[in-house]
Design a protein around this ligand. Structure first.
Ligand code: TRP
Length: 336
């Protein structure tokens, strides 16, 4: 039997996850589990790079993220699910990589510029950009190289980071005259992009999201705030799904083709008003999410389950990571 190719990806624990995470990331991860040796981790060190003074939030989020993943079908029997900070080998690897990474490679990283903007938005001076935040992409490289990973499933916004990991892997190989590291490739997953209820990018901080863990009632109430065709004021006005900013997009994502045709037709001839349309949509979304939500509630009941899963996953990750680290210290010729 040939060995499966390895995949690594992570997510910062920033709170309960929303439909954007589910449709754009987690669903894709779940589909990779059978054909790849997957490592999915909660990037709590990366969360610290910007939230070093809100650590209680990070801690609470670790459990929430794990619950969301498991409920969405990330399976600890197939996949190594772990917490970044429980795998110190990654931090050790980060030390070796930091020595060989030219500072100006890190400065070039466009995503780092976005992160610097976060700092600015928090009204902190750029000179407060911490050493740790500056090193964000190098730590990410360490995550990826921890398992000598072939593919990194990420969204387009993270591709620049993965490119940097390739460069660092290649530089390690050149410097130590080896082919030890595979150059990891970004695996752009086909994402079904979902807008927030207000038409902007769905995000927790914009207050425009629907959480995986929201109840059916909350979901319905949120859907009712979704933007439709702004020109349609009264129910008798003829609607136009092409001008419906958010709600019809949701129909396309969650409804069948027949559902969409039917609703589009009813909207165009004013047979259905936005209120009723949203109610129907909420039903469809709630029906789709019901099994995930039930599973999440079930998992939540068992106090120790998440803790046990994250700890046994992290133990598995440490064993795999140690193999890589031994290889690295050997190539670098460290004292032993
Ligand atoms: N930077 C990623 C994000 O914000 C999270 C992350 C950290 C990651 N380490 C990683 C993703 C390694 C892929 C591989 O979404």
């Amino acid at each position: 039997m040939t060995e499966k190719m390895r995949i690594t990806s992570g997510m910062r624990p920033t709170g309960k996850l929303h439909l954007g995470h589910y449709l754009g990331v987690i669903r894709n991860w779940a589909n990779l589990q059978d054909n790849f040796d997957c490592n999915f981790f909660i990037a709590d060190w990366h969360a610290l790079t910007t939230k070093y003074n809100q650590t209680k939030e990070i801690l609470a989020s670790v459990k929430d993220v794990a619950l969301d993943w498991l409920a969405c079908g990330i399976d600890p029997d197939k996949t190594t699910i772990y917490v970044q900070s429980l795998v110190p080998q990654t931090a050790q690897l980060h030390i070796y990589l930091s020595m060989i990474t030219p500072q100006n490679w890190v400065e070039r990283d466009p995503t780092l510029k976005d992160l610097a903007k976060i700092m600015k938005d928090r009204q902190e001076n750029m000179s407060n950009l911490s050493y740790g935040l500056f090193g964000y992409p190098v730590l990410m490289t360490a995550d990826i190289l921890t398992f000598n990973t072939h593919f990194v499933p990420v969204g387009i916004d993270q591709v620049a980071h993965v490119e940097l990991s390739r460069d660092i892997a290649r530089r390690f190989n050149n410097i130590y005259n080896t082919d030890f590291f595979i150059e990891p490739e970004p695996k752009l997953t086909e994402t079904s992009h979902i807008k927030g209820l207000d038409g902007n990018k769905m995000g927790k901080s914009f207050n425009n999201d629907i959480k995986i863990s929201d109840t059916a009632e909350v979901t319905e109430a949120k859907i009712k705030t979704g933007i439709t065709d702004r020109n349609r004021i009264r129910k008798d006005d003829l609607g136009n799904p092409d001008n419906c900013e958010v709600i019809y997009d949701y129909w396309r994502i969650f409804g069948s083709n027949e559902d969409c045709d039917e609703i589009s037709c009813a909207c165009k001839c004013a047979k259905i008003g936005c209120f009723e349309c949203k109610k129907r949509l909420a039903n469809i979304i709630n029906t789709k999410l019901a099994p995930i939500r039930e599973k999440r509630l079930e998992l939540e009941k068992n106090e120790n389950l998440i803790h046990d899963i994250l700890h046994s996953g992290s133990a598995k990750a440490r064993t795999k990571a140690q193999v890589t680290l031994d290889g690295v210290t050997d190539k670098v010729s460290m004292y032993k």
